[in-house]
Design a binder for this molecule. Structure first.
Ligand code: NDP
Length: 280
């Protein structure tokens, strides 16, 4: 049977490391503070925001919460962000996505001071990542690199295939794997013969957003499979983009859903909040 990559345990370890750093900073008189903004009351977003605040409390990061009504205008949101940019006591600013349709998400992301961009979505953060300069890295792909490293999985020299090219997962994932000296291929909905490409992968990262699409026919014997997808199935149970039961027997290591990539995203957000002190 494959090595099951335990995201719960690894994320707990990272949060404890962050907790120690936060305590050390406090001793030196520095507090870490994250501002979390939610517009509207989308239930899934409320759960994510709640979990982020809980993680802040655990590691000792102060969190400021802004719960704005659905009808908040873009100008009002931008003005709040501008105010938070100017507050030296606020180290990180997070705007929970998606935003209501009348607000331009790109404009909001661009408004955040890159030194407080703990989600790593600002064009300056993405540019810095591409050319190997210091900056914030998007939490989910950064978490996947930690999962691989802390599970003893070597990336250098490996054939790495990423399915999906979104700005928050697929593209930064590909750049991070490249930075770790993987040989990287990015695939998407227009890729011809996806199976032929994914079967070359030593490390396969799946971020498609389609429940259980990846079966063993897509996977080389002995590959490492990282499943980013999160869905609720017909029985309201969580599942990923990978058909776990089908794929697990053929691979050498695999992330489960839940308990794989999911918990890493928040752990890396906490890590980025502490990193904001260094970048500032
Ligand atoms: P997006 O919908 O933004 O991107 C999906 C990507 O998959 C696109 O690039 C798309 O290609 C590609 N794709 C879709 N269908 C196919 C197909 N049949 N064959 C090949 N490629 C295909 O999704 P995200 O990147 O935001 O998220 C992916 C999944 O990860 C979702 O399930 C999401 O819920 C989950 N997620 C989990 C997180 C976590 O913390 N665990 C964090 C973020 C996301 P094209 O570009 O051509 O359209």
């Amino acid at each position: 049977m494959p090595q099951v990559i335990d995201g719960k345990q690894i994320s707990a370890q990272i949060k404890d490391e962050v907790k120690e750093k936060v305590a050390r900073l406090k001793e030196q008189g520095t507090t870490v503070c994250l501002a979390v903004i939610q517009v509207g009351a989308d239930p899934a977003s409320s759960v994510y925001v709640g979990n982020k605040k809980k993680a802040c409390a655990y590691v000792g990061i102060e969190s400021l919460s802004y719960e704005l009504p659905e009808e908040t205008s873009q100008a009002e949101l931008l003005s709040l962000i501008d105010g938070l940019n100017k507050k030296p006591e606020v180290n990180g600013i997070l705007v929970q996505l998606p935003l209501p349709g009348h607000i331009d998400e790109d404009a909001v992301i661009r408004a955040i001071d890159p030194k407080k961009d703990v989600d790593g979505f600002h064009p300056q953060s993405v540019g810095a990542l591409c050319i190997g300069q210091p900056g914030f890295v998007s939490c989910t792909p950064a978490g996947i690199i930690e999962l691989l490293k802390r599970s003893g999985i070597e990336i250098a020299g490996k054939e790495c295939v990423v399915i999906g090219r979104s700005n928050i997962v697929g593209k930064p994932m590909a750049i991070l794997l490249l930075r770790e000296n993987g040989t990287v291929t990015v695939t998407h909905s227009r890729t011809r013969d996806l199976k032929e490409v994914t079967r070359r992968a030593d490390i396969l990262v799946v971020a498609i957003g389609r429940p259980k699409m990846i079966t063993k026919e897509y996977v080389k014997d002995g590959a490492v499979v990282i499943d980013v997808g999160i869905h609720r199935n017909e029985n309201n149970k969580l599942c990923g983009d990978v058909d776990y039961e089908d794929v697990a027997p053929v691979c050498s290591a695999i992330t489960p859903v839940p308990g794989g990539v999911g918990p890493m995203t928040i752990a890396m957000l906490m890590y980025n909040c502490v990193r904001s002190i260094e970048l500032q």
